[in-house]
Design a protein around this ligand. Sequence first.
Ligand code: HEM
Ligand SMILES: [Cu+2]
Length: 620
Amino acid sequence: MLMATMTPTLEAPPAARRGVWGWLTTTDHKKIGILYGSSASVFFVVGGIEALLIRVQLATPNGEFLSADAYNQMFTMHATTMVFLVIMPAAAAFTNYFLPLLIGARDVAFPRLNALSYWVFLFGGLFLTVSFFLGGAPDGGWFGYAPLSTQVPEVVRMDYWALGLIIIGLASLLASVNFITTIFTMRAPGMTLMRMPVFAWMSLVVNFLLLFSLPIITVGLIQVFLDRNIGTLFFDAANGGDPILWQHLFWLFGHPEVYVLILPAMGIVSEVLPTFARKPLFGRSFVIFSGIAIGFMGFGVWAHHMFTSGLGPVAESAFALTTMFIAVPTGVKIFNWLGTIWGGSLRLNTSMLFSLGFIAMFVIGGLSGVTHAAAPADWQQHDTYYVVAHFHYVLVGGAIFGLISGLYYWWPKITGKLLDERLGKWHFWLMMIGFNLTFAPMHILGLNGMPRRTYRYPEGLGFEFWNAIATIGSFLIGVSMLVLFWNFYRTRRRGEIAGPDPWDGRTLEWSISSPPPEHNFDQIPVVEREDDFWHRKYRTAEDGTAIAIEPPPNMEFERDEDIHLPSPSFYPVLAAAGMFLVVMGLVYVPWGLIAVGAGAVTTLWGLFGWSMEPITREEH
Ligand code: HEM
Ligand SMILES: [Cu+2]
């Protein structure tokens, strides 16, 4: 149903294959974007249900709804799902669909590698989730601290976690190589780096963060798997290993990862605000360079997650300082966004409301983050609900709000129809109120000492009232998402036709039809300045007002002669399916070795077939 609502209704591409086979073999960046978006939406429902089950358990003291064992699985999988199977693929959905359009390209640099990264991600997500039905899901927390994650190897749950994250990490690594190459080699003539839209810039920073951080955690995850299965002692303190080493390896990835989660949303907000304030982005190059600065500084703060791991005053002071410093480039962005809306003629539609909500909620999350940077204060806050409140303000109030703003902003380009604004506003206010009712009380619960990851609490500690409020709030978030899904369905059936430029946009994607043709641009645009499409429509008067250029620019072009598009291919999904067999087999060695062998052969067959098939086809 979700794929049906997202699939364009107006114009089907001529040569591309149709139906399920068409989706299985697609190498079109737009269709791969829709696949990522659909999968992330389904996993959001899964991760959301896990969160609601946690909230039911904590709604009252002495909860009996979930056992301690089930509770551990719920919060581990809730977080792992939301981080790796929702926010990252949702950002990949927008990057896949819009990066080539924003830089004036017909596709990404490596279309089949792009397809492979999607299928490896999907099989990795299914592998992690199917564990619930095969003896129990990972239960050691989303950062899998050793020795909790390396003990009891006979229970395979944390093998699913380690191997699942290795596979999903591989998918992101393949995607980052693809997007970085696309940005450096596929830009339209005149699209210099500094003319590139901010979303493209944030994608560049995100993919470099992935490129440098994923190998670190992959090494650590392999060590966890080896400690669990062949008795190595990397993290075994009793035998010369060091569990703190795992914490360093995880957070050397884990902290850059939080910027991988938030920077795409920051890129989206930097596109939405100028469009609906009808003003260029204030201090545009500062927004770009502060994003780059965050990328670099993000590798220098990881140990602030370990202020209670006994690193000593010198290390703690150093990481307290670097963490406080990173608030500076983040603050620069906030002021530039406020500068953009200041004095603008604001259109408060749903996309704009979610972007404004993003700024407000992210600032709250950022401020509690600064309180964590002060190591002595963090000793009180660590592992309490104050921390849970903090990261939900930045991950839900920040990343999710930003991504939803992008959804309302770009839905008309993807589907050709506008999402209903009345339902959109209901969605926004229900989510805004539900979100704050859920997570604001957690600051109080945490400062009053309520520990996280505890499946129930006794009466009389003063935790009852705020937990009840938090649970009500979480169900309000659930209701708000139902309103969004109803809007999807209703828009598909009788939504308003959008046309190519429904928002009077500034960037290239609004210069072509909605949805775009398979080849994107009839003629590759020649770019003369930033916000090039806007400046083809408007000139700026002395006082800064925009004056429409008459007659308006003709955006109908003679189609280029030889347009080459990537050929559909079945080999990426085959290679990914082989990898799924390999990891399933590794969980159940020695018998699983049969599956490992079959999987390896399937993957090699996929890669060999891929290397032997033609790259592109002529588009007529
Ligand atoms: C949408 C509604 C959501 C609700 C009601 C919710 C609720 C919760 C609760 C109550 C916990 C604490 C469990 C505990 O420590 O015992 C938790 C943990 C967590 N949540 Fe959420 N959450 C939501 C969305 C998200 C999203 C979108 C993310 C994004 C990444 C996220 C990431 C996490 C993480 C990382 C943890 C820590 C789990 C751990 O300790 O291993 N949550 N969530
Ligand atoms: Cu951090």
